[in-house]
Design a protein around this ligand. Structure first.
Ligand code: GCU
Length: 428
């Protein structure tokens, strides 16, 4: 009895100290202004370059310049992205029909993915409204396996896959602490609200193919890279994007889901891969890239937020090795992240950010969206017209969302996400 009381006192003390530390560091984090900073993004995406003339037509962009920028991005940042060999659906089982008092069903899908001659298995769990479909679907890349992300019985843990340590903290006070630090929706989105808005949600952990951990991630990549010859080495963010695109292969043949309205969603590291997935696959109609930062939507040459020096050092599997060579000379990169945003044009893209998250550089994402705007216009879509970071425009295909607070996913994020999703993809 005494031991048990002491244990609880100790845990309560630990939680209180953690909350104090987090609270103090939050107040100490710099506050990013909602007023845009004038930053010019380089290079100009449409100017004459490397023997190509200036881009003045949509066709020139689509057939010549977009593939050119994608190549530059792959060679210098993301590495080789595997061939788009169509995924094979191994199984599709409806494992529940009574979620949220009968409002939704849970469908478990297993896919066989092939990179060169190697086969992999990828799980996806779709939470689908029980109303008449097919439904638009939000594909959410999780940083943890699905049995952690989704709060439903019947999702078997996969003991054979590697995942970050924090994924194991899925109970009790640790979970409350994680929600306090990173927001209520950090691992599980507001599924009931998503269903009520008419959207399905597909959860997947792309770390099943390349785990999000240093040793296991590098080991998985070295297998994949052993099949490459002249190409730049593949890296985790590029593989995660490719996994997303393979799930799109399945959705094209799933009667419950609308292949014309596929939206990829990711936060932070998976926001980088969700955006890359959209950039390389025109079947993806929209992307929500939330707090994607360096290697995502934020400009890298502006020297704000996480630097190229910091990122490959901390997360060696994420990017192709050439990327690290730009440490401390980011200005010499032959491309910047406005090119990644422009590859989404004219499709829908929402960039989410928050005021106490300078690490992810909200100003740099805003400037990148502005610099990609001419490409949206060239392709016949409205440009990026937000006048400042708080100017959320749900009707705009290229839109920006900015809230107070820190890095994480909160109700103040999913409110605007659903408003934008409904305006872009809801039943008219
Ligand atoms: C780190 C990393 C970021 C990343 C973030 C996350 O902070 O430096 O680049 O976006 O983790 O995924 O939460």
């Amino acid at each position: 009895m005494l031991m048990s009381i002491l244990k609880w006192l100790f845990l309560a003390l630990l939680a209180a100290i953690s909350l104090m530390v987090v609270g103090c560091s939050t107040v100490g984090l710099p506050h990013v202004s909602y007023r845009p900073v004038e930053t010019s993004a380089s290079p100009d995406l449409l100017a004459a370059i490397d023997g190509y003339s200036e881009v003045t037509t949509a066709e020139q962009w689509t057939t010549e310049r977009a593939p050119y920028w994608l190549n530059v991005l792959k060679n210098n940042i993301y590495g080789t992205i595997p061939e788009p060999i169509t995924a094979e659906t191994l199984s599709r089982d409806v494992i529940a029909t009574d979620l949220f008092e009968g409002a939704a069903s849970l469908i478990e899908v297993q896919l066989k993915l092939t990179i060169h001659d190697r086969d992999y298995v990828q799980d996806v769990h779709f939470v689908v409204p029980n109303t008449k479909g097919p439904h638009p679907v939000i594909l959410g890349a999780g940083s943890c396996p699905n049995d952690v992300t989704l709060p439903f019985a019947g999702i078997e843990p996969r003991p054979d896959i590697a995942f970050p340590g924090y994924c194991g903290m899925n109970g009790g006070w640790q979970k409350s602490l994680a929600h306090f630090v990173f927001g209520r929706y950090i691992e599980t989105p507001p599924l009931e609200e998503i269903i009520a808005a008419g959207f399905a949600f597909g959860a997947y952990y792309p770390g099943m193919i390349v785990p999000d951990s240093r040793e296991a991630g590098l080991a998985a990549l070295s297998e994949i890279n052993s099949d490459l010859t002249d190409e730049p080495p593949a890296a985790a963010i590029g593989i995660w994007a490719w996994v997303t695109n393979r799930i799109v292969d399945h959705i094209e043949n799933d009667p419950a889901l609308d292949a014309q309205r596929i939206i990829t969603f990711g936060h932070s590291r998976t926001a980088k891969s969700a955006l890359l997935a959209g950039a390389i696959d025109a079947r993806i109609a929209g992307v929500i890239s939330h707090q994607s930062g360096t290697g995502g939507a934020a400009l890298q040459k502006n020297d704000i937020g996480e630097s190229i020096e910091q990122i490959p050092g901390s997360y060696p599997p994420w990017f192709t090795p050439a990327y690290a060579s730009y440490a401390e000379k980011q200005a010499s990169l032959p491309v910047d992240q406005h090119a990644l945003i422009a590859l989404m044009a004219p499709r829908a893209l929402l960039l989410g950010n928050s005021a106490r998250d300078q690490w992810a550089d909200p100003q740099g994402s805003f400037a990148a969206a502005r610099a990609a705007s001419p490409v949206y216009k060239l392709l016949g879509a409205p440009g990026f017209d937000a006048v400042n970071l708080k100017d959320f425009q749900p009707d705009a295909p290229l839109a920006f969302q900015f809230r107070e607070g820190t890095h994480g996913i909160t109700p103040e994020d999913w409110g605007p996400f659903l408003e934008w999703l409904t305006a872009q993809f809801g039943e008219k």
